[in-house]
Design a protein. Sequence first.
Length: 300
Amino acid sequence: MTTHLRSMTGFAEAAAQDGSRRVAASVRSVNHRFLDLHAHLPEGFEWLETVVRRQAREAVRRGHVDVYVRVESAGAPEVRVNHPAAALYLKAIEGLKAEFRLQSEPDLGVILRLPGVVEVAAPVGPGETELVEQLLAGTLGEAFDRLNRMRQAEGARLAEEMAGGAERVVENVEKIEILGGKAQTVYLDRLRERIRDLVGQNPIDPGRLSQEAAQIAARSDATEETARLRSHIIEFRRVLEGPSEAGKKLDFLCQEMQREVNTTLAKAPALGPDGLEITRLALVVKAEIEKLREQVQNIE
């Protein structure tokens, strides 16, 4: 089947290099009701978040999206020791030694691992700001393009599975309609006989008898529910083959289908032996719709 639906689950990465700078990006997405974007940028490059958010919004409409960016220099990184920060840590250690009469000496390796003592600088030199932005824009464009190709492939697979589920719903609804029509006729005749037995020899208008029996029988008639269920399934199939970004509409249709099935289940017990079979079939339909809704949760 032809579909433009996209899954909200995917992963992709890309990288680009120009001169002394290399920029790499990886993008991971999972399902979410809205666009929930998280940009993970290296220290000192937080200003690139604007680029990340702009391109993410152009590429993705819904989902929890994590974007990881790395900016590397072709040369060796500059490592600096923050002497004032180290002095403050040492002063605090000496104070603790004096207060608690400790004899051990501070471990240099531990001190160097303390926050703010060692800084790895990745300075942006003159003219490099624009270069890094351009590299990131190109890298993200490629990463998001790969992500969407993956999500579209997954969306096509989900659409095929959902089309099969919709077909099974239709097959069982047809069985319910056939049984319901037969059971309704038998139920109506049985209801008239019971009313006559209750009335006995007392005179009663035959027209009124049929009217009352029909009104009582209507309470167990699920014809309208199955008709609406069919209508929802037709629309569900149409949306599957339509444009992308249909997840919310498909979810709404699943909710409406569940509503009709629940009403059918509530009416079935009044139909005697056939009602038991209708109940069984309606439960099968309900389970299929629940599967559909689970799959829909991952559609953008």
